[in-house]
Ligand binder design. Sequence first.
Ligand code: ADP
Ligand code: MG
Length: 392
Amino acid sequence: MTLPSLTDLTDLDGGRVLLRLDLNVPVSDGRVQDATRIEAALPTLRWVLDRAAVVAACSHLGKAKGAPDPAYSLAPVAEALERALGRKVRFVPDCLDDSIAAAEPGTLLLLENLRFHPGEKANDDDFARRLAEPFSHYVNDAFGTAHRSHASVVGAAELFADGRKAAGLLMEREVAALSRMVVDPEQPYVAVVGGAKVSTKTAPLEALVERVATLLIGGGMANTFLLAQGHEVGRSLVEPEMLDTALEVVRRAGERGVTVALPTDVVVTDSLDDPQVIEVVAAHAVPSDLMIVDLGPDSRQRYANAILGAKTVFWNGPMGVFEVDPFDAGTLAVARAMADTEAFTVVGGGESVMAIKRAGVADAIDHVSTGGGASLQFLTGEPLPALVALED
Ligand code: ADP
Ligand code: MG
């Protein structure tokens, strides 16, 4: 895949740049609670600011429903961005505002939430044209939205000619790291997949089994695999409609000589809110009135060893209900093994990235992806619409 880079942009001096960022940060009480995504956007933002006359940064935020909603305003992000950059940011309260075209050279604008217009999610032609109109150049650094066919990443991008559009530095870094998981990954390649459900990760599981040496399955999704193999799982979270999918993944792995690891021991409890019973049991002996909430100690060790012996590791999805203190041990064991292994390591997924941070090992991971859904779709080999729109 050959994405146009910032250095491929022509006539950028004096240009007016529409810069799509992922500034979808948590906001409460009118303040940004976690500035990770703002920090991640700074290198590209600075690069473009150093060269162009006008830069208009834009993003979506939260679950805005196609109409203005103060709860999802980017105004607090403008303040946080001013602090991070140490320069003035002019906040524009509507991403299609007439004042955008008239911005003076030297101005940095931050446009209000793109999803306040229904045309954003609909990839509406007219919305895309009005969004793109005031600009000579387009840069997309919003990897987290690259799997969505939305106007600001697809329709608008398509309106710019070659030499006038590019991927930002973060987007490039994401694509480079994830490509190493898809194109000739160094073996042994181990994938660790967990999280709540099989159904949200069926395509990635099917794609991973074609490339990895070992698939380590944990979290709620392991319950469905255990049930498919004939184990009773008590009151555990399961998806009965996914049993065939689980069996198919195991069958395909067998054909390819891929090891599929499931927990052999598990932590079970009676309640997440107020646990009275917490026990370690064999995965084939889960009491009918209890539920699986974490890997047991043997499984933690086995999964960690597989990660330590790998050359390439991808991890998505926690190994247990890690939000609840005593049930985070499996997830933390995987996080620490990810940090200690010599392998090239990539972590993707909202909750998995949280776990990496909680374990304090983010700096020891080769690449912590800013896109959960986008990174999983990338691994399937299915083209990401935003990247296709940049390539032309
Ligand atoms: P990610 O955001 O990393 O892709 P997911 O969103 O797929 O991960 O899943 C994360 C959720 O899975 C967590 O909130 C966690 O509590 C839940 N989970 C993990 N293991 C279990 C389990 N055994 N039972 C129920 N929920 C689980
Ligand atoms: Mg999640």
